[in-house]
Design a protein around this ligand. Structure first.
Ligand SMILES: Cc1cc2nc3c(=O)[nH]c(=O)nc-3n(C[C@H](O)[C@H](O)[C@H](O)COP(=O)(O)OP(=O)(O)OC[C@H]3O[C@@H](n4cnc5c(N)ncnc54)[C@H](O)[C@@H]3O)c2cc1C
Ligand code: SF4
Ligand code: SF4
Length: 1023
């Protein structure tokens, strides 16, 4: 038996300081050894956690070379990392983690002239979607389309031998890699490509593997699964092919295929040469609706005969979860024969692609006929429209994440989720496994690649209780089924910590011994990712678990109400216990944080909002996932604090380590909507600020920002004071002095004070709730501090528009007969400073005033998204009871209200023709609450306006963030990601933006005046 040296990390528990210094001296990139940074790299999308010894973010190949040399010399293991989205724990390890994803992601060379032979060479940190964006104009793509394409790196995909939805047509990673240059354990660089042309170390290693295979042919034939989706172990069958899809077109041997799927255990990839494919010009989708899951599974073997490029399953649970998710509801309903029917048990997404559209439409007809022949007439929804297909694929891709949105400690756990079986057995296999689940008191949600017999299923288990026991029992029974049906236990996501022990089960002792010999030959000192593939631990060794029965949470009384997360869900019925009932020592806060399952979806750059801070820095700490991990570690006492950063026991978040990760979070709420599990970091930032400021105190700037609603009324009352304050915008020295004293950047202009504002103009309409209710068309207008004192014209336009449209309006304001009182305020500025108590008292007064109107069914409209949505969102987390709930249900942006009224034919404006095209920028809270489309809908009513939505993330101003001296540069970078360039590209367009901060950022950065939508609508009224 080959004796692999012990995992060196057992000898080294932390990086000795002299090695840290050496690393820091010899590499240009960042070296991190503090527990928070290491903790952020301790997990991937699996159930496991192992703290790295240190993290290196290399800036160049030289940095990696230096890191590898130091690690080798010091006996420290090395773990290569891309997006860290692996599901089996292969990207966790007590090692020097080297993160390629920030800098090591360039295109090195390409040959794109002939589409049939096109190739490209990239560094391993290149993200799949970024590569495909580059290739698209050339009519090419890299077709291993994993669901995590926006995060997965080519290095990580090769490390795992990843497979996409279209593997039936294009194969797995191994079928699409042509060569790999990699550093070996001895520090040498070797080229792995065609075996025939191999030289040097690669040839020696190739010959060694061939020698092993020559003796193992009968074993390989007997034990090797014949399915295409087998990713366990090393691909030693390159020398004796077993897969239904050959590794190479000409059956030659390519040595890079030995490295594909090796999970960082054999070598460290420096560059990868990839085979590209022609991008099909057309795609069509047929969605087959099934009333029986078994029938869906049984149909897959017939459907693949039509030659689809993908057949993907979405089951009933996922259909229902999508229906309940505002981001996905509309899309999933387009896929159903009857959008309201509850009888659909599964759908299969059947895609055909090619260069001509007509034959594809014919394929859809054939699918329809086939389904009729199989006894299911009229079961196919045809989606020839690319936009609809794209949306549906997004829902399918988000499938696992949607499932993960289950609240409580029971979560879908990944350990048998990608067993692959031959298609003719798929129905029986899934049925038998479903019975196994129910025997163990759980249930699984099925989805994914029906075309290749790899169905994802994750039984819901509670790893903090009896999850490990059930995991073992289910895995044992599943393995018997896989053996019975001659399948592969590890069919897509790799081995890692979870499936390592099943390698010997799958291949038998002789092949397992051969794998150990290969590891030893490549890596005699066990430098690379020890304990994966060879000598793995047991899958249920609790010392590797992120959550184990010994997991503890620091008891804390949070500042906000988190009880909605303090629940458990029944794994079978999905019933959720009452809010606050489950005894989380942190009253739901810890469980809300634990919703992050590390899937990495927040590491995206192209679409939507999440996460603007990561988009500008590419640092794990500036990412929603990095933040959630840091909070989790803080709440469970896993951060090792240095002497002066120890938080008080009742304020575990009051540390510099947490402050550091929260620093660039702009509270945009992008994650609240786009994180598939609904991690709400903006709310967590309020909780953090409240704890942190309680411990460290508020700064002068905090107070200036927070109390704005309090002092704004006074300023206008002192004659000449607004003028004097505004001088600061014209006299640089004053701005500089203010910067020194308060930390508000001198480079920013400040909003302009006015002596005439909303509250001291002509009397504003006031009507008690009962009186207002008598009017057929009625509404309450909430005037926020920003619009009231700085942009009064917006509120005036709102009043005028509503009046012209025939609405009776009540402006929310304290009754005059109660003496002079401060105008109402939503508490937003207090929340931004972590003053939860103040915010609560201001909100409470406002809610008490609004509740009678809301209870009478009257809409409460506002103009400023961040203020209005505080009523809809944060107000519910302050213990303000039923009144807050009813107000939240009636609070809406003016355009949401008008769009609904339009549909109800109660608002029928006629607009003048626009003289300029319109560009709309959605405030990020507006996007988080899906309130951008009503704005677009209304703007489209203006003839000739052709409103276009700017595809932008957060504008970067984010309340006071963009004014702060330490954040102004980050703020500008966020604006420059897409917002300002899009505006500059259209110099003639009228820019519409609802957020006061957004308008300010646009004025500062693009020198263009953006307008609130209400002014645009009112200005175009034809009367
Ligand atoms: C929601 C979700 C959906 C998923 N869907 C799919 C899917 O459709 N298909 C699929 O196949 N997988 C899927 N996965 C798994 C995972 O996303 C893929 O395996 C992905 O390709 C991993 O890429 P990564 O950059 O995150 O790799 P990482 O997790 O960072 O690394 C993966 C492995 O590669 C090794 N590695 C990374 N860089 C190098 C290097 N330079 N040299 C040597 N080894 C290296 C690592 O050590 C590790 O062992 C999914 C995961 C999630 C969470
Ligand atoms: S924050 Fe959300 S999107 Fe990001 S890794 Fe966690 S669960 Fe995934
Ligand atoms: S609120 Fe915005 S900036 Fe903060 S973590 Fe979420 S997406 Fe990122």
């Amino acid at each position: 038996m080959t004796k692999i040296p012990a995992d060196p990390s057992f000898r080294i528990k932390s990086l000795p300081p002299e090695i840290t210094s050496k690393l820091q001296k010899e590499v240009k990139g960042q070296v991190m050894v503090d527990s928070a940074s290491r903790g952020r790299y301790a997990t991937d999308a699996s159930i496991y956690q192992q703290f790295p010894l240190a993290v290196l973010v290399p800036e160049s190949a030289e940095d990696i070379e230096a890191g590898l040399a130091i690690a080798k010399e010091s006996g420290i293991p090395v773990l290569a990392r891309g997006g860290g989205t692996s599901q089996c724990g292969q990207t966790t390890g007590a090692a020097l983690v080297i993160d390629n994803s920030k800098f090591f992601r360039n295109i090195l060379s390409s040959d794109l002239a002939d589409a049939e032979k096109a190739t490209i060479e990239v560094e391993p940190g290149m993200v799949l979607d970024h590569l495909n964006t580059f290739l698209k104009p050339h009519g090419l793509w890299y077709p291993v389309d994993v669901s995590t394409g926006a995060q997965a790196t080519i290095g990580g995909m090769a490390g795992n031998n990843s497979c996409g939805s279209r593997s039936i047509a294009y194969g797995n990673m191994v079928h699409n890699v042509l060569g790999i240059d990699a550093w070996l354990a001895n520090g040498q660089l070797a080229h792995f490509g065609s075996y025939d042309g191999a030289v040097g170390e690669a040839k020696v290693l190739g010959d060694f593997v061939k020698g092993l295979v020559d003796h193992l042919k009968p074993e390989i034939e007997a034990h090797w699964p014949k399915v295409m989706r087998r990713v366990a172990g090393y691909n030693l069958d390159v020398f004796h092919p077993q897969s239904e899809l050959p590794y190479t077109l000409d059956n030659s041997v390519n040595l890079s295929h030995l490295l594909v799927g090796s999970e960082g255990t054999l070598a460290f990839f420096k560059s990868l040469k990839l085979k590209l494919s022609r991008l099909p010009k057309h795609k069509v989708l047929g969605v087959v609706n099934f009333a029986s899951f078994y029938k869906a599974m049984d149909s897959a073997q017939h459907i693949v005969r039509l030659g689809p490029t993908a057949v993907e399953l979405v089951d009933r649970t996922m259909i229902d979860l999508s229906r309940n998710n505002p981001a996905f509801r509309k899309t999933i309903e387009t896929a159903l024969v009857d959008a309201n029917a509850k009888t659909v048990d599964a759908i299969l997404l059947v895609e055909f692609s090619g260069d001509e559209h007509a034959p594809l439409l014919q394929k859809l007809k054939e699918l329809d006929t086939l389904m009729s022949d199989l006894g299911l007439p009229n079961s196919v929804v045809m989606l020839p429209d690319p936009a609809m297909q794209k949306n549906l694929w997004e829902v399918r891709k988000a499938g696992l994440n949607i499932m993960m949105s289950l609240k409580g400690d029971g979560k879908p756990v990944s350990f048998i989720e990608d067993c692959a079986v031959p298609l003719e057995h798929l129905a029986n296999y899934t049925q038998a496994l479903t019975e196994v689940f129910s025997k163990h008191g759980t249930r699984g949600t099925w989805y994914a690649h029906a075309s290749v017999g790899t169905l994802h299923v994750r039984p819901i288990l509670d790893m903090r209780r009896d999850g490990a026991l059930k995991m073992r029992a289910i895995a044992e029974e599943a393995s018997e089924l896989v053996r019975k049906y001659k399948g592969a236990f590890s069919g897509e996501h790799g081995d890692g910590l979870c499936r390592g022990e099943w390698i010997s089960w799958q291949f038998g002792p002789k092949i397992t011994e051969a794998l150990a010999q290969i590891k030893y030959q490549f890596d005699p000192s066990n430098l690379f990712n020890p304990g994966k593939i060879v000598n793995p631990p047991k899958m249920d060794d609790a010392s590797y678990f992120r959550y184990s029965p010994s997991y503890t949470v620091i008891p804390v009384r949070p500042k906000l109400d988190w009880s909605a997360w303090n629940v458990q869900s029944n794994p079978v019925t999905e019933a959720i216990t009452a809010a606050g009932s489950e005894g989380d020592p942190a009253q739901g806060l810890a469980k809300a944080i634990d919703m992050c399952n590390n899937n990495g979806h927040c590491r995206k750059f192209d679409a939507d909002v999440m996460c603007p801070s990561y988009r500008i820095t590419r640092n794990e700490k500036d990412l929603t996932r990095g933040r959630a991990n840091t909070l989790r570690l803080a709440m469970s006492g896993q951060l090792v604090m240095n002497g002066n950063d120890v938080p008080p026991a009742h304020l575990p978040l009051a540390t510099q380590a947490v402050k550091e990760v929260m620093d660039l979070c702009v509270s945009c709420k992008g994650c609240k909507r786009e994180c598939p599990t609904g991690v709400d970091m903006a709310k967590m930032k309020i909780e953090f600020l409240a704890q942190y400021k309680e411990h460290f105190g508020h700064t002068l700037r905090d107070r200036l920002v927070a109390h704005l609603p309090r002092y704004a009324p006074m300023i206008s009352k002192v004659p000449g004071l607004p003028f004097l304050l505004n001088l600061r915008n014209h006299i640089p020295l004053l701005a500089k002095i203010q910067e020194w004293v308060t930390g508000i950047s001198a480079k920013r202009s400040l909003p302009i004070w006015k002596s005439k504002h909303f509250w001291n103009q002509a009397p504003l309409p006031f009507m008690a709730a009962e009186e207002l209710a008598k009017h057929d068309k009625r509404v309450v207008l909430f005037a926020d501090t920003f619009n009231a004192y700085f942009e009064n014209e917006n509120l005036q336009s709102a009043l005028s528009l509503l009046k012209k449209a025939g609405y009776a309006v009540h402006v929310a304001q304290p009754p005059k007969n109660q003496g002079e009182q401060k105008p109402f305020c939503c508490g937003r500025t207090y929340l931004a400073a972590g003053m939860v108590g103040e915010a609560k008292s201001r909100l409470s007064a406002l809610i008490n005033h609004l509740a009678p109107y809301a209870k009478g069914g009257i809409a409460i409209v506002g103009l400023e998204p961040s203020c209005l949505f505080t009523l809809r969102d944060e107000a519910l987390s302050m213990g303000l009871g039923q009144s807050a709930q009813v107000v939240s249900e009636h609070a809406q942006l003016l355009e949401e209200f008008l769009a609904k009224e339009l549909q109800a034919q109660r608002f029928a404006p006629t607009f003048k023709e626009a003289t300029q095209p319109i560009l709309l920028h959605g405030h990020c809270h507006q996007k988080a609450f899906a309130a951008v489309s009503p704005a677009l809908e209304l703007l489209k009513l203006i003839p000739n306006a052709n409103p276009q939505l700017i595809e932008s993330s957060c504008c970067g101003m984010a309340g006071s963030f963009g004014y702060e001296v330490e954040h102004i540069e980050a703020s500008k970078q966020m604006a420059e990601l897409s917002l300002l360039p899009s505006i500059r590209k259209q110099p003639n367009a009228l820019v519409v933006a609802d957020g006061t901060s957004c308008r300010h950022q646009i004025a500062d950065g693009a020198s263009r005046e953006a307008m609130h939508i209400v002014r645009v609508l009112e200005g175009h009224l034809d009367s």
